[in-house]
Design a protein around this ligand. Sequence first.
Ligand code: 5AD
Ligand code: SF4
Length: 471
Amino acid sequence: MSENCKGKASVSAALDMTPYIDAVRAFSDARTCKPRCFVLTFGCQQNVADSEKLAGMAENMGYEIVDAPEGADLILVNTCAIREHAEQKALSAVGQYKHLKEKNPALIIGICGCMVAQEHRREEIKKSYPYVSFVLCTSVIYRLPQYLFEVMEKGKRILRGEEEHTVAEGAPIRRESTYRASVSIMYGCNNFCSYCIVPYVRGRERSREPAAIIAEVKDLVAKGYKDITLLGQNVNSYGKDRTDGYAFPQLLADLDKIEGDYTLHFMTSHPKDATRALVDVMAESRHVAHSFHLPLQAGSDRILTLMNRHYDRAKYLDILDYMREKIPDISVTSDIIVGFPTETEAEFEETLEMLRRARFDMIYSFIYSPRKGTPAASMEGQIPHEVSAARMNRLLALQNEIAEAANKRLVGKTVRVLSEGVSKTDATTYTGRTDQNKIVFFKEPVMEGEWALVKIDRAAAFALWGEVEKS
Ligand code: 5AD
Ligand code: SF4
C-alpha cells in the first residue's frame, strides 16, 4: 500500500481548479470539432456518483460526453478494488483501448478510482500499460482539470498516488437520470474490516457540511428528482468528525422537512452504528423509504470478531427486531461473505441460520477475495475456492426460498412503483421499482420517472408482477 495514499491527518480546502479548467477549455475551443470523452465505470454507487462528477468536469472543459470509446479523445476508466475480479475487469477494459491509442496517438487515457490508490497497481500500469497517461485517486478526482492540463501541456505521464483529507464542493455533476439521483454525504471509511480494501483506497471519514447536502437535495427535488439516495461507506458515521454532535439521524430528519414528491434512501449502514434513534426518525418521516441495507457479512460470532466488525449476532438481531417492530413493512437487505479465512462448515451453517432468522428481502453475496495489504489476506486458513463456491450455492438456494416467500406476501397488495419505462428485455412490458427497491413488471404504459400504484398478482424471488391501478 502506498504511504501517500493512506491519508493525511489535516483537512485541507479543495484547490481552485478554475485556471486549469480555462486552460483545457482553450485547448478544446481551438479544435475544429468538440473533443469527446467516454467514461467507463466499475463498482459501487459511490463510483457511479464519482463518474457523474468526472463527466460533469469533462463537459465543463468543453468535452462532449459519448457512450462508446471508439472515436473518443479522452477515456476515463473509473475502477473498483473491492474484489480481484473487479480489478481484472478494469485492467482488461484498459487493455482493449491500446489499439485506439495506436490509431489516435492524441487520445488521453486516465484510470481513476480505487484500484489506482494501490501502489502495486500503479507500478503495473507504469510498466505494462504505457499508453495510459494518468492515474487519479478517489479523494482528488476534483483535480481532473489539473491532471489533464499537465498531460496536455507537458506531455508527461502522471502516475502519482495522491490522497487529500478533503471535501471538495462544487464539482459539476452530469447526472445520468432525470428522476433518480445519489448524493454523497461523506467520504472514506475508518472501520478497517479485516477483509476490506476501502479504508486504504478511500482514506479516512470526512463528512460534508449539512447545509451543502440539504441545498443539493433541495435542488434535486426542485428539478423533479423522485428517488434520492444518500451515499457513504458508513452513513451512520456521518458527523463523527464534527464537533457539534450533528449526526446522521438529524441530517435525515432535516432532509425529510424538504417539501416535495420524493423518496429518500441511504446506504450503507454498519450494524455497530445503526441506532434506535435512526429507526425512530425513519418511522416518523414522510419521505424516508421503508428499506434498510444492513450488511451482516457472517453469522458466526468468531468470524465477525476476526472480520473486526464490532458486533455479534445478538446485537445485529436486536436492531433488526427493533426495525421490524417500528416499521412492519420494512425491507431489509444485506451483504454476506462466504469463505472468510478459517470459516468452518459449522460456522457457515450459522450464517444460513441467521438468514432463516433475519428473513432478508435480498442479499448481495460474495466469495471472500484476498486483498493485498489487508489483515485477512495474510491469515492462515484461506479457504479453497471449491469449498467457498459450494457454500455460495447453498447460500443462494436458501436465500431464493426466503426472498420468494417474502415477495409472495405482497401478492394481492397495492404498492407504489417508480417507473423505469419499457423493460430492456421485453418491449411489451414496463418495469419499475417499489420504495423498497423491489423490481415490478406491468403491462400498462407509465412514463419513466412517474409513480404508479400497482396491484401485485404474481411474485418470484427477484421480481413482482402486477396491474396498474392508478398512475
Ligand atoms: N472479499 C469479498 N467481499 C468483500 N466485500 C468487501 N471486501 C470484500 C472482499 N475482500 C463485500 C462486503 C461489503 C461489500 C460492499 O463487498 O460484503 O459489504
Ligand atoms: Fe469496508 Fe468495513 Fe468500511 Fe464497509 S465498513 S467499507 S466493509 S471497511
